[in-house]
Unconditional design. Sequence first.
Length: 558
Amino acid sequence: MKICAYLALALSMVLTGCSQQTEVPETASSKTAAIDTINADDLLRRIEVLASDEFEGRSPSSPGEEKTVAFIANEFRQIGLAPGNGDSYFQGVPLVEITADPDTALTVIGHDKNMTFAYGSEVMAWTKRVTDEVAIDNSEMVFVGYGVVAPEYNWNDYDGVDVKGKTVVMLVNDPGYATQDPELFNGNAMTYYGRWTYKYEEAARQGAAGAIVIHETEPASYPWGVVSGSWSGPQFDLVPDDRNFSRVSIEGWVTREVAEMLFNTAGMDLDEMKAAALTGDFKPVSLGLNASMKIRNNVRESISRNVLGYLEGSERPNEYIIYVAHWDHIGKDDNIEGDGIYNGAVDNATGVSGIIEIAKAFASRETAPPRSVVFMAVTAEESGLLGSKHYAENPIFPLSQTVAVINIDSMDVYGEVNDIVVVGYGNSELEEYLADAAAQQGRTVKPEEHPERGGFYRSDHFNFAKHGVPALYAEGGSGYIGEHAQQAKTLSEAFVMERYHKPADEVLDTWDLTGAVKDLRLYYMIGEQLATDTDFPNWYAGNEFRAIRDASLQAADK
C-alpha cells in the first residue's frame, strides 16, 4: 500500500509539474563526495519498487508502464535533473502490438510431397507489417546460405538470383562462427551479419516475400524454447510511415529437424549445403519447394514513453554524455497458474535504479561538469530495442554532438569482482576510459566469454552505434572475491538457467549489491572523465561504425 500511495503522489507530481525543478543543496564539495553518494540502500529501494508486483512486469503500454515512467520521472525531478525533452521528462514512442493467431501452419509442397509444419513446435512465424492479415502463397523456397551481403568481406549470398516474391531460407549466425577462422568475417565473434534482425532486413532489401532462419542451438546461443517463447503472443514494434510494408510479408524460424526434412525432400543434405555456404563463391539454390502460410493478427496501436533527465553542462552544454538503461520487462501472463508476473528485478530494474544513482552523484556536485549529461530510461528493449531505436532516429540531443553512450543492462547482484567485462571488446576508444577507471579500483578489463552470441547487438547501445556514436556496454565479470566467492559464482550461473526472463527474476535475500555499487562508481568515473575532456572518442580503425562517426563529426564541423 505504501508503494501504491507513493505512486499516486509521484504520478500527480510528474504529470502536473514536469517543468518544475527542485534545487539540490550543494552538500558535495568534491569528486569523492559525489561518487560516495552512490550507495546500496538507495539502489535497492528503487529496485524493490520497480520490481514489485504492483508494476506488473513493466510491459509497455500497460498500467505497469504508467507506474514505471511516473516513478522514474519523479526520481529524476527529486534529485534535481531538468526534463530532458523541453518541459517534459517523456519522449513518446509510437508502438504497435501485433498478436498472431497461433491457429496457423506452414505448408510446403514439391517433389510429389505435401508437408505441414505446426506453429510453435516446428515453426515460429510473424509479420512486422501493421495489418490484420498477411500470407505467402506457393512462394518458391531458395536457400541463400547465411543471407549476407557484405561488400567489405567480398561476400554476397544473393549473387546471381532474383528472390522477389520468393521465400529465402538462411543459416543462423555468420561464416566466421561456423569456421572459427579469424580471417573470415570476425572469426568466433559474431558480426551484425550474424544477427537474425539483419537477415530479415536484407531479405526485405532483396524483395523476398518470406524469410526463414534455420534454428540450431549452438550458433543461435539459445534453444528452440527461447524462439517459441519469445515470438509467441503480443509482439511490439515501431510504427514507421510505411507501416512496415517494406518488410517481407512473413518472417520466421524453423527447427533443425524441419530444415533437414525440407532439404532431404529436395534431394540435398543440409550439412553439405552448410559447408557449401562457407565459401565466397557460394550461389543460391532453389529447393524446388513452394511455401504457403497465412497469419491473422490482432493489432493494437499505442504510445509508450522514454524517460529523460538532463543535467546541463557548465562550459560546453551542447556536448552530451548519455547513460541509458531499459525500464521495460515482459509484463505478466494470466495463463500461468500461480505467479505469472515477470518482475524483471535484475533485468532491468537494476540498470534503471543504477542510472538514477549515477544521476544523483552528478547532481550532488557543487558545479556541473563541463559537458551536459543525459539519463535515459527507454521502453520496449525486450521487444527489439525499440525505445532506443526511436530515440536514435528522432534524437532530442544531436547525435553528432553526443560524445558517448554508456549502457547498463542487468547488473551483478552477487558481490564484488576483480574484473570488468566489455561486451564487444576491441570496438572503441571508450575501452581506454574504462581501463583507466578500472585500474583505480584494482580491476582488470576482459573481453566477453562468448562473443559468438552477439551480445553487442542485443542491447540499447547498439542503436546509437548504428548511427556512429561510440557506445560502451560493460558488465561485472566473474572473478568474485571474498569468502563467499564460490557461492556468488554459483548464484550468478543459476540466475541464467533458472530466473532469466522468468517470473522468478525477483529481489532475493541472497543478493549482495556491493559489486553493483562498485560498478556504478566505475561508470560514474568514466562519465565524469568524458564530461570533463574536450576530445570526442571514436571507434577504432577498421570498426564497422567508424566511417559513420567520422562523417557525422565532419558534417557537424561545417
